[in-house]
Design a protein around this ligand. Sequence first.
Ligand code: GH3
Ligand code: MG
Ligand code: MG
Length: 360
Amino acid sequence: MKVEFLKNSSTILAVDCSKNIGKQNERTLLMGKHASFSADEFFEAHEVPKNVVTCNGGEAIMLPRPRILVVDDMRSNIELLCKIFGDTYEVLFAMNGATALHIATTQNPELILLDVLMPEMDGYEVCRRLKSSHLTKMIPIIFITGLDDEGGEALGLELGAEDYITKPFKPIIIKMRVKHQIELKHAREQLTRLSITDGLTGLANRRHFDEVLSSEYNRHTRTGRDLSLILMDVDYFKIYNDTYGHVNGDKCLQRLAQGISSIVRSTDLAARYGGEEFACILPETDLDGAVSIAEKIRLNIMGLEIPHLTSLVADCVTISIGIFTARCVSGESEFHIIAEADKQLYLAKTSGRNRVSFKS
Ligand code: GH3
Ligand code: MG
Ligand code: MG
């Protein structure tokens, strides 16, 4: 029996698992056919701790309902849209532009339905501000307006809105348009995730590493704080492949990636730098901090005890680590940090492997 919890949900949907439901269909079945309870009602009725839920020998899955934000200065319009969308979405609403901007920034809605004519800040201005902030620019916006005005529609789309619907609208049509825009948003997010992720290890890929290092370097030249870079290379990995085979080599890299990412902080970036080389960008971290994290990673990797009987340095897989900590100055570039960390990695290799070498 599998119990899955999804965060941010106010609703629990119970499903009878006597039938074997494919993972893909679970969500649809749950949404379509089964009774829903409020989370608290459900937990109370079943007297179960909130972190373990079973029901009737089946499973319970907490589903987050997607949130949408309705922005309109007329209460009756908000009520109408709540009626149309309330069964599928968690509907947040704002009656003026300032509140809309606040909710969009803090509540992360999947989509915004935006009125055009509002006092103080009109819908166009709200749209302009949402699309110019990196926190909100990816949220699709659909204008809803009573104005059947070609110029207004063109302006709305030019400002980056995804769609423009004029009243009176048919509920079924507006529902489909909202659904499509949310699906498109999810597809874009998935694409972004794929484009920055290394397929084998799930860490950031080299492209993302390069972008983050460059932007962190620029940020650190402004703040004057320390920026540290850790470069890691698996010891005697060619012989590992020769001994255990390439497939096991891949599995080993996956485990090492986990061993690295479980140590770094959420503000750091762990990446696959190249074949059997990994890197961590540690913003606002001095040399002592970086050495301490690197040493933890090295020990954690040894603690995985992945057998490597043909290694010349230990009987398990080990890594060598080079660290460079920079006071970033404008006029130099991030390549300098990479070159210096690479020199330290070379020193760690030539002075015996399975060790950390560093410089600031
Ligand atoms: P050193 O201790 O000096 O780093 O020795 P090494 O054998 O680790 O270094 P070398 O650069 O000679 O070999 C790296 C090996 O890593 C060779 C290559 O086949 C392997 N490798 C690179 N990428 C992958 C990968 O994605 N999967 C697997 N299984 N092996 C890989
Ligand atoms: Mg290498
Ligand atoms: Mg190596």
